[in-house]
Design a protein around this ligand. Structure first.
Ligand code: GDP
Ligand code: IMO
Ligand code: MG
Length: 428
């Protein structure tokens, strides 16, 4: 049975939640493999809006097994809040949710360090979500991380915390000039979380490989996007995990031979939240118009998202890095009513033309987009479910993107709601 990765091909917020929700119907298992509650995945069912942060979007379907893999960094308080919020709204969260023992915990000092590091960077700040994501992954790579399994062994948890606080408190006092943290109160706080989360803690590597052996359909839900990937994104203006398809293997303990397809999610235009280069950004009132119509405000932090035209240069890079087998184009309806739609086909840098995305951050920052202009369409595409019913110019736009990228468009999303979508090719 197919195992499908859904991955963002831009700077996050491509509409992965909407696509994962649609595909979850036919999946048996939905699994998150990286990131943390910096993610905000929106699913709209009838008129009810759900924003998922750590829990896979598949939770909104009854009877789906949902896994939070080892590659995810978990703020236990945020996870408990999300579980309780869903339960209050009548969503079943219990024996269908599994949290990896190997996932790393976001600790209170990670949140302080995230905030203080941003402050120290001044004008070069990343614009993080302030959730402690970067410092938690730093500790993971530095082998100072505390993992979910440690919540179940108080003495081990206490010992690791004590060692960490030795250097953390030095930094807090001497570098950041903030108050020291107290081991005992953190320990008590986290043991409280342990009690609430113990029923979900499991060996998710064993579980996922068992379901794959049993020929079940597995859906891997990427968070963030390829340009926010720690290795392949617009470093240093990235998040701290491997958001790309390869992250699904390391972030869950699944071998690459088990992956059948990789569906890339592409917004019909571009957005980015936080700092960093963004060549196709529209800085005039048209950018504001797209932001308002597209509701382009962060699902996690509420910050306005920067809006721009579709960028074929970054998308070609994303296609390559992820081994994409097909794409889903979302938010086509947001482009309704524009006279002209632009697509960036290359970058101009001094006297050079680049068709590949430059790795040097300072060069990327100075690249100017070279555009191809297409005619817009004046009629509504909102809610259309049949490709032939799209206005002709919208069909031309889709076909143009398909040709420029040399990849099949397999899904087109035409609205926020579940069902507002054109399925051209099934994934399962
Ligand atoms: P994610 O992080 O990739 O899951 O994306 P977000 O949920 O952060 O942002 C996407 C936003 O666009 C959400 O508000 C979705 O409800 C909305 N959305 C997704 N697909 C469509 C679409 O085709 N049309 C419209 N109008 N909104 C969409
Ligand atoms: P989803 O899964 C968009 C951005 C932040 C910041 C950078 C680093 O909803 O697509 P971090 O807190 O991760 O250290 O911030 O990454 N960022 C996202 N942008 N969508 C996301 O997730 C994001 N998660 C992080 O705005 O620029
Ligand atoms: Mg989002």
């Amino acid at each position: 049975m197919p195992n499908v990765i859904v991955v963002g091909l831009q700077w996050g917020d491509e509409g992965k939640g909407k696509i994962v929700d649609f595909l979850s119907d036919k999946a048996d298992v939905v699994a998150r493999y990286q990131g943390g509650h910096n993610a905000g995945h929106t699913v709209v069912i009838n008129n009810e809006k759900f924003i998922l942060h750590l829990i896979p979007s598949g939770i909104l379907y009854k009877g789906k097994m949902c896994l939070i893999g080892n590659g995810v960094v978990v703020d236990p308080a945020a996870l408990i809040e999300e579980i309780n919020g869903l339960k209050k709204r009548g969503v079943e969260v219990g024996s269908n949710l599994f949290l990896s023992k190997n996932a790393h915990l976001i600790m209170p000092y990670h949140i302080i360090m995230d905030r203080e590091n941003e402050r120290l960077r001044g004008s070069k700040s990343i614009g993080t979500t302030g959730r402690g994501i970067g410092p938690a992954y730093c500790d993971k790579a530095g082998r100072a991380g505390i993992r979910v399994a440690d919540l179940l062994q108080p003495s081990v948890f206490k010992e690791k915390l004590g060692i960490n606080l030795f250097y953390v408190n030095f930094l807090l006092e001497n570098l950041y000039k903030v108050k020291r943290l107290d081991a005992e109160s953190i320990c008590n706080e986290y043991m409280g979380y342990a009690e609430k989360l113990s029923e979900y803690i499991a060996d998710t590597d064993i579980i996922i490989n068992r379901v794959i052996s049993d020929n079940k359909n597995v859906l891997f839900e990427g968070a963030q996007g390829t340009l926010l990937d720690i290795d392949h994104g617009t470093y240093p203006y990235v998040s701290s995990s491997n958001a790309i398809a390869g992250g699904a293997c390391t972030g869950l303990g699944v071998g690459p031979t088990k992956i059948s397809r990789v569906l890339g999610v592409v917004k019909a235009y571009s957005t980015r939240v936080g700092g960093g280069p963004f060549p196709t950004e529209i800085k005039d009132s048209l950018g504001d118009r797209i932001r308002e119509k597209g509701g382009e405000y962060g699902a996690t932090t509420g910050r306005p998202r920067r809006c721009g035209w579709l960028d074929i240069v970054v998308l070609r890079h994303s296609l390559m890095i992820n081994g994409i087998t097909g794409i889903a184009i979302t938010k086509l309806d947001i482009l309704d009513g524009l006279d002209v739609i632009k697509i960036c086909t290359s970058y101009k840098y001094k006297e050079n033309i680049f068709t590949d995305f430059p790795k040097e951050s300072n060069i990327f920052e100075e690249c100017e987009p070279v555009y191809e202009e297409l005619e817009g369409w004046s009629t509504d595409t909102l809610g259309i479910t049949d490709f032939q019913k799209l206005p002709e110019a919208a069909r031309v736009y889709i076909k143009k993107v398909e040709n420029m990228l040399d990849i099949e468009v397999q899904l087109i999303s035409t609205g926020q709601r579940r069902g507002e979508l054109i399925e051209l090719k099934g994934q399962f």
